[in-house]
Ligand binder design. Structure first.
Ligand code: CTP
Length: 407
């Protein structure tokens, strides 16, 4: 990746109290040379090793030190600071800071910021080898790296080597160049890419097809993947309409959500959102609806249970892909399969007339889960396998591919 790829990226660097704090000065220099903006949070321990003046001079911004500071809260408060960043980097990450982050403790600016952020966090641990190897520290590491989705913390290092205390082993903070490489890697999805000026419609969640006023047909879709896609597209600057069936998820920031219940309503909402450049149809649309929904609650009757006559729902994806002049430039579908994933997905891609299809094997625990393993099949015959990863990461990857397609 080129040096310029960190241009306009915003890094919040939290400096913990360890001798390796001096290396964070070099990291700031490298980041700024790569085009990133850097703001810094200095813990009281960190301030024993580097001065606020050096950090302010190198970053070009005032240093944030206190949780309750009238000055900081009027210029940029801790919540705003945690949201300003594209990535939060903790270097050095001390055992204490990691323990707080692993356990949701918020008793100073650094730990509060780590809990309040909605961005990914990269930690560069630095501590004595015995401390690093202590089961308590390792348990915290496992916890931090095991959090789901956006909350999953990434680590760089620690390196093996001679330590300031004279002992030898893992515990040395990674070198600034290695931390920079990890930052580039974490920001690489969508880095330098933009969907500004592009319009997108995303469908998500299940549909609910009523039988009578109290009952209905639905499915187990949680909507998590579709919501993550809507959010990732918006993060790249697209104007996103999210047409959502009944799910228990908050509206992603910057996204316009349209609530629907039935497939027929979903189709109408998608049609109303056209024209768009991008359509991602991730909803689990019920294939059938009940013909002749009862106006009142169907009562148990001596003749036994009622028979439900079903009629087929409109295929929203196929409809969008065949929308003539209003067809989006890029139409993307999903293929939920339990067997012969590739064969079924490719057949679905051509049957529905879409450009790309994301196939997932739903024989396992995908519904409601936070992670997903998918394969992207394109109409031109190419494909990409994406290992099991968080739905947020799948969404980011897809958005990056979409942005690259339009670039
Ligand atoms: N889809 C849609 N409208 C429908 C049914 C499906 O827009 N009425 C979309 C889904 O959002 C998804 C894709 O079509 O992007 C494939 O959905 P899937 O359930 O895998 O396929 P089906 O069309 O239901 O086909 P089958 O039942 O044969 O697997």
């Amino acid at each position: 990746m080129s040096e310029a790829s960190l241009n306009t990226r915003r890094i919040l660097l939290i400096i913990g109290g360890g001798i390796a704090a001096y290396k964070s000065l070099e990291l700031i220099r490298l980041l700024r040379r790569a085009g990133a903006s850097v703001r810094t949070v200095l813990t009281s321990g960190g301030a024993e090793f580097v001065t606020p003046l050096s950090l302010a001079s190198l970053s070009g911004h005032p240093v944030h030190q206190a949780l309750f500071s009238p000055d900081d809260e009027t210029t940029m408060g801790h919540i705003e600071l945690s949201r300003w960043a594209d990535l939060v980097v903790v270097a050095p990450a001390t055992a204490g800071l990691m323990a707080k982050a692993a356990n949701g403790m918020a008793d100073d600016l650094a730990s509060t910021t780590l809990l309040a952020t909605d961005k990914r966090v990269l930690m560069a641990p630095a501590m004595n080898v015995r401390m690093w190897q202590h089961p308590a520290v390792q348990a915290n590491v496992a916890r931090l790296t095991g959090f789901n989705g956006l909350h999953q913390v990434s680590l760089v290092g620690p390196d093996d080597g001679e330590m300031a205390c004279g002992e030898f082993g893992p515990g040395r903070m990674a070198e600034p160049e290695a931390i920079l490489a990890s930052i580039r890697h974490l920001l690489s999805d969508g880095s330098g890419q933009s969907l500004a000026g592009r319009r997108a419609v995303v469908t998500a969640g299940p549909t609910f097809e009523p039988i009578d006023p109290v009952r209905g047909l639905t499915n187990r879709s949680s909507g998590k993947q579709g919501y993550a896609i809507a959010r990732a597209l918006a993060e790249l600057g697209a104007e996103v309409t999210l047409v959502s069936g009944p799910v228990a998820l908050p509206v992603p920031e910057g996204v316009h959500r349209v609530w629907i219940e039935t497939a027929v309503e979903m189709k109408a909402a998608v049609d109303a959102a056209l024209p768009v450049d991008i359509a991602v149809m991730s909803a689990a649309v019920a294939d059938w609806r009940v013909d002749g929904v009862a106006g009142g609650k169907i009562k148990k009757a001596p003749g036994g249970p009622p028979s439900l006559a079903l009629i087929e729902n409109p295929d929203i994806l196929a409809g969008v892909a065949a929308a003539g002049p209003r067809r989006p430039a890029l139409v993307i579908g999903f293929a939920a399969e339990t067997t012969e994933v590739e064969q079924n997905a490719r057949a679905k891609l051509s049957r529905k007339g879409c450009d790309w299809i994301l196939a997932n094997d739903v024989s396992g625990d995908v519904f409601g889960a936070d992670s997903n393993a998918v394969t992207l099949f394109r109409r031109d015959g190419t494909s990409e396998d994406w290992d099991r990863q968080s739905k947020v990461d799948v969404a980011r990857k897809l958005s990056a591919r979409i942005a690259a397609h339009f670039a």
